[in-house]
Design a protein around this ligand. Structure first.
Ligand SMILES: N[C@@H](CCC(=O)N[C@@H](CS)C(=O)NCC(=O)O)C(=O)O
Length: 299
């Protein structure tokens, strides 16, 4: 019954899965899928296990479960450990409705829209076009997956277009604000968001609070009961402190991607050096390895 999670450090949805596993007491193996600029998640091998090409994915005994809410419900239903959903059917329904609402929040658009200055230029001129190029390139590599790539290309195009529309971003902020207000109201008079014990809603809200702190997508300090709940959740005995990221540590990301990046940087350096030598030879500004030849006889 070995469990493997395909995820990446700092990914919001991966953190939700890590936290559910920790609370449930399930051991698991990690496979880092390098998202972001390296775009490993768009490679055909990953598209075959996760057709939407996003992380996380859970693998157990050769079977895959995709989509965070499906993964955490699978974890709750299939492993020993404290139940993470209320037993009472109507409370359970409320919990599941909130899990779905948190999962549907437009956090990707909100997170990316928080980039300003040079980061925004890099996002619009480099990162997003690079995503589309990577998807098109991989579509060519695996034509049998063309339909999946077309869906993902359309998704990235919609993502880009939303970020250029202040009204849509404003609407996304409003949706988030409404949800946070609802959590705040519930927590004014209760220890847990739904029912009287820890549930998947607390799992999701905890990671959402960490994200608010990490990327400043909304001010946690304006929701004091939610902030107090977050502090209580962090003090739980099984809380996986290392996995829940309140502040993205670039050094950690560099350490994870270094083995992947270094050989490529080295190869790039070799190619650039060879090109520079060729250019110098063609323009006559360098006479190749002449200096290695025997010196001309002295006259
Ligand atoms: N609906 C998906 C969303 C997952 C998602 O957006 N994951 C992000 C990381 S937090 C991702 O894979 N981003 C990479 C990309 O979109 O290229 C889920 O619930 O699992």
């Amino acid at each position: 019954m070995s469990v493997k999670i395909y995820g990446f450090y700092g990914s919001l949805y991966t953190q939700i899965v890590y936290l559910a596993l920790a609370e449930k007491g399930v051991e698991f193996e990690r496979h880092q899928v390098k998202i972001g600029p390296l775009m490993e998640n768009y490679e055909p091998w990953y598209a075959r296990i996760n057709p939407r090409m996003v992380i996380p994915t859970l693998e157990q005994d050769g079977a895959y479960v995709c989509e965070t809410t499906a993964i955490i419900r699978y974890i709750d239903a299939n492993f020993e450990g404290p139940p993470l959903l209320p037993a009472d059917p109507s409370t359970r329904e409320q919990a599941l409705a909130l899990v779905d609402r948190i999962s549907a929040l437009p956090l990707r658009e909100l997170s990316y829209s928080r980039m300003g200055g040079i980061l925004a230029v890099v996002r619009d001129r480099v990162l997003m076009p690079k995503r589309l190029r990577a998807l098109r390139k991989n579509k060519k590599k695996a034509p049998e997956l063309a339909a999946l790539y077309d869906v993902r290309i359309a998704d990235v195009q919609a993502w880009v277009s939303t970020m250029a529309k202040p009204a849509e971003l404003e609407a996304a902020s409003t949706v988030l604000g409404e949800l946070l207000t609802e959590l705040e109201t519930r927590l004014k008079t209760a220890d847990f968001i739904v029912g009287d014990s820890y549930s998947l809603v607390d799992v999701m809200a905890t990671v959402l609070c960490a994200r608010m702190l990490a990327l400043n997508i909304a001010p946690l300090s304006e929701y004091p009961s939610l902030a107090a709940h977050y502090a209580r959740m962090k003090a739980r005995p099984r809380f996986p402190k290392e996995d829940i990221v309140e502040r993205i540590e670039t050094g950690k990301i560099v350490r994870i991607i270094a083995p992947f990046l270094l050989p490529r940087l080295l190869a790039l350096l070799v190619v650039l050096t060879l090109l520079a030598m060729l250019l110098a030879m063609l323009t006559g500004s360098w006479n190749g390895f002449e200096f290695l030849r025997d010196p001309p006889p002295a006259t």
